[in-house]
Each structure stands twice: as structure tokens, then as C-alpha cells.
Design a protein around this ligand. Structure first.
Ligand code: G1P
Length: 298
């Protein structure tokens, strides 16, 4: 059985209710962190991980996502004709090309949950394991989280690998949580997983964040998956069902995760990137929002 991960699924059909009114007319995946929309970070992470096919599970009301991720030849031409060669080049490098890149869009018209969204992609995936990326979990670091996971998956024999991090007890109810059995390097071994447990019922503090590498059998599990937490078809439940047979691991990634589905997480991610941008850092320093590093060094 191949352990080569060729497909990434991006569930982007959600209505973004946590971010209204910003998401009334703009999909949450197009909200920028500094100047780059969330979906761009996700696409770049998949590209860096060597993904061949990208499947976007979107919603008819969110056609702006397709317009954003795909190359806009007219806009590029227009920019070039105005002498804006650099901008045209950057836009075209960031975008997916309908000829060179293998991209699919499928629609999830009913909000039936993350498991259902992934199931909607079943006819579009390449053989073998699949990656799932939730764009509102932004993970920043020197190496892309999915690249790290794909490597670990290829080197190991675990069926389902999910990105995890330890969270405080009062936050476990926001996540899928692993039932931990042991540890092997950066992989936490588990024999199950629970979606959004109450703190008192949580099997551990190892919470799942939005990166998954899943054995292809996940689609069979999802086909018969009954609704779970919140009345939705949960990806967590389908993963948990395969745990004893094909193995389940939590991958402790090296980057920092920002919950960009929340205002505070979005602000944190924006500040993190602003600190690396000289112009923004100067503003933050002037306003006294960060220590004046030059003065401190003098
Ligand atoms: C989803 C998953 C959950 C996971 C979380 C990570 O929940 O269902 O298991 O821990 O993403 O962000 P959501 O945040 O979409 O409710």
C-alpha cells in the first residue's frame, strides 16, 4: 500500500458565522492575515508538501474562493500592460494555473459537518492516503506543518495521522481530543478520539488542529457515519472508528498554530507577521505596542 500523499482536501464551504459581519460578503478563507488571505497560506503549505491534486469543497455562495485561488489571466495581462510586472509576477506565482495544476472544486450545499465535507471530495481524490487542511488553522514555522506530517507518515505505519497540540483543560471542549496510549518521538499514539468533549470527559489534553493525513479507508467510514456532536457528521468520529484497525497518531508539529477562525487568533497571527515586517514593526514601536528594540539595545 502506498504511503505517498498525493491529494489535499480543503473544506471551505462553512458560512463563517463566528466572523460575522466580516464574512457576510467575503468568505472567511479570504480574510487576510496582514496582506495575504488565509487560503493562500493553505495552498502554499500543500504545494510545499508536494501535493499533486487540490480538491476544494466549497459552497455556491463562495465563488470568490475559486476566483481568488485560480490564475486571472486578464488581470495579469492588464497589470503587465501598465508596467506593473512585479505585481503580475507575484500574483501569477501565488495562483493555481488551470493547465499546470490539478485543481478540483466540489460543492457542499448543506452544512452537515466536516466529515460530510470531506466525504463530498471522495470522487475527486487520487488513490492512496489524503491530506485535509482547514485554512482557518494557520500554522507558521520554518517548515510547513503538512510537509512535516507527510514525511512522518511516509516513514511510519500509522493509518491516520492528525496534527495535535496540548491545550489547557478549559479549552478541550473546542477540539477533537485524542485518547492517548503512548508516545513515539513526535507522534502521540492513540486508540480513539472524541469530538468536543466536556473538560471532565476529555480523554487527554492532546487537541487536534486542522491538518490530517488519512488512510483512503476514511471514505468508507464516512459513508456510514452517523451524526455526532452538534448533530453533524464528524470527521473525528470516522477517524476514531478506524483507530484500532489501522492505527491513529497525533503529530506534534514544530510550528505555531493560530486559530484564525476567532478574532483574537486572527489578531495574534497578524501581530506575529507584522513583527517580521519592518514597516509594520516601526508603527507598532512608535505606538508603544512593542518595546523599542533599538533603544533597548543602545
Ligand atoms: C474542527 C474539528 C475539530 C478540530 C478543530 C481544529 O472543529 O471538528 O476536531 O479540533 O476543527 O480547529 P471546528 O473548529 O471546525 O468546530
Amino acid at each position: 500500500m502506498t504511503r505517498h500523499v498525493r491529494t489535499a482536501i480543503f473544506p471551505v464551504a462553512g458560512l463563517g458565522t463566528r466572523f460575522l459581519p466580516a464574512t457576510k460578503a467575503t468568505p472567511k478563507e479570504l480574510l487576510p492575515v496582514l496582506d495575504t488571505p488565509l487560503i493562500q497560506y493553505a495552498v502554499d503549505e500543500a504545494r510545499d508538501a508536494g501535493i499533486e491534486r487540490m480538491v476544494f469543497v466549497s459552497h455556491p455562495s463562495k465563488s470568490a474562493i475559486e476566483r481568488y485561488v485560480m490564475e486571472d489571466a486578464r488581470l495579469t495581462r492588464e497589470l503587465r500592460s501598465r508596467g506593473k510586472e512585479d505585481i503580475a509576477e507575484a500574483l501569477s506565482d501565488a495562483a493555481l494555473c488551470p493547465i499546470e495544476d490539478d485543481v478540483r472544486f466540489v460543492m457542499q450545499t448543506e452544512p452537515k459537518g466536516l466529515g460530510h465535507a470531506v466525504f463530498c471530495a471522495r470522487d475527486e481524490v487520487l488513490p492512496g492516503p489524503v491530506a485535509v487542511i482547514l485554512p482557518d488553522d494557520l500554522i507558521l514555522g520554518p517548515v510547513g506543518c503538512l510537509s512535516e506530517m507527510v514525511r512522518a507518515y511516509g516513514d511510519g505505519d500509522i493509518g491516520h495521522l492528525v496534527a495535535t497540540m496540548e491545550v489547557p483543560e478549559d479549552r478541550v471542549h473546542k477540539y477533537g481530543v485524542l485518547s492517548v496510549t503512548g508516545k513515539d518521538g513526535s507522534i502521540v499514539k492513540a486508540d480513539g478520539m472524541v469530538e468536543k468533549p466536556a473538560a471532565k470527559d476529555a480523554p487527554s489534553l492532546q487537541a487536534v488542529v486542522g491538518r490530517y493525513v488519512l488512510d483512503g479507508s476514511i471514505f468508507d467510514a464516512l459513508a456510514t457515519q452517523k451524526p455526532g456532536a452538534g448533530g453533524e457528521i464528524q470527521l473525528t468520529d470516522a477517524i476514531a472508528r478506524g483507530a484500532s484497525e489501522i492505527g491513529l497518531g497525533g503529530f506534534q508539529f514544530s510550528g505555531t498554530r493560530f486559530d484564525c477562525g476567532s478574532k483574537a487568533g486572527m489578531l495574534e497571527a497578524t501581530l506575529k507577521l507584522a513583527m517580521d515586517d519592518p514597516e509594520c514593526l516601526a508603527v507598532l514601536t512608535e505606538r508603544g505596542l512593542v518595546a523599542d528594540t533599538k533603544a533597548a539595545a543602545a
